[in-house]
Design a protein around this ligand. Structure first.
Ligand code: AMP
Length: 283
């Protein structure tokens, strides 16, 4: 496994791989890797000759009051995990390299970014789409891997990749959870012992929604109300949003039918966590 920390070096390697006729996959991450990231790397390993894992805490996708400075970083640990999962290259450019002085080009995916996390984190998806577009240009992969954990992000990237005619296949893989149901996230490290227990309420609320839908409930309002009740029973928890949306356009729905996404963002203390489930609903 090679660590590449400059864009020119990465570009040179990509040219060599291309000449050799090798296929390339990219797994974009912000590091502090866990099993969720490893599942993407392992899938990439199966499908392409070269697996590139990017590690870049992208300043442009963080709001001014968000956790950019304190976002967890541990390069040595990440290198070990990426190697074990099957990465060939860890690409870790510097922020100066990605956004030199005078940088002025951004990618904005309209509409899909107005709702859910886009509504509570203005500018977030502009930062995400921009950095991923840049990574696509640098690494030029055939396939890029993303997690369903960040469902809206995956949709935004799919739209961006299609709209910009990148020709890159976007694969979205299931959420990896801890054994008690908490979705794995680099941000889980922020949680105190008691908050870690409280954080289970996200998955519990989603399981509640799933059970209601399975037993025939189709009214979004009722399902959301039941989820809210569970969350408001936990003193450290404060819902940012709880939404049931059409998976094709992320618009809120009143009566469930077809493929729906039940998604929520909840603050546990100061830590904002997200989770979701996808469900096929029969009328
Ligand atoms: P991050 O480093 O948090 O920006 O995530 C990098 C990629 O890993 C994104 O495509 C995420 O959706 C994905 N990912 C993060 N957590 C999980 C998880 N628990 N299960 C599956 N994929 C995940």
């Amino acid at each position: 496994m090679k660590v590449v920390d400059t864009i020119p070096r990465m570009s040179t390697l990509v040219k060599i791989f291309r000449k050799e006729g090798k296929s390339i996959s990219l797994v974009p991450t912000m590091g502090y890797l866990h099993e969720g990231h490893a599942s993407l790397i392992r899938a990439a390993r199966k499908h392409t000759d070269v697996v590139v894992v990017s590690i870049f805490v992208n300043p442009v996708q963080f709001g001014p009051k968000e956790d950019f400075e304190k976002y967890p970083r541990d390069m040595k640990r990440d290198e070990a995990l990426a190697t074990t999962a099957g990465a060939d290259i860890v690409f870790a450019p510097s922020a100066k390299d990605m956004y030199p002085d005078g940088y002025s080009t951004y990618v904005n995916v309209e509409r899909l970014t107005d709702v859910l996390c886009g509504a509570s984190r203005p500018g977030h998806f502009k930062g995400v789409a921009t950095v991923v577009a840049k990574l696509f240009e640098i690494v030029r992969p055939e396939i890029a891997y993303f997690g369903q954990k960040d469902a809206q992000q995956a949709m935004v990237i799919k739209k961006m990749a299609a709209d910009l005619n990148t020709g890159i296949e976007i694969k979205v893989l299931p959420i990896i959870r801890e054994s008690d149901g908490l979705a794995m996230s680099s941000r889980n490290i922020y949680l105190s012992e008691s908050e870690r227990k409280d954080a289970l309420v996200l998955h519990e609320a989603l399981k509640k929604a799933e059970a209601m839908i399975k037993s025939g409930e189709r009214e979004a309002k009722k399902i959301i109300r039941a989820m809210k009740e569970l969350i408001s029973a936990i003193p450290s928890a404060k819902a940012d949003y709880i939404s049931i949306v059409d998976i094709t356009n992320l618009k809120g729905i009143k009566v469930l039918s077809g493929e729906v996404l039940v998604a929520l963002a909840v603050f546990i203390g100061k830590t904002r966590l997200i989770d979701n489930i996808l469900m096929k609903v029969e009328k």
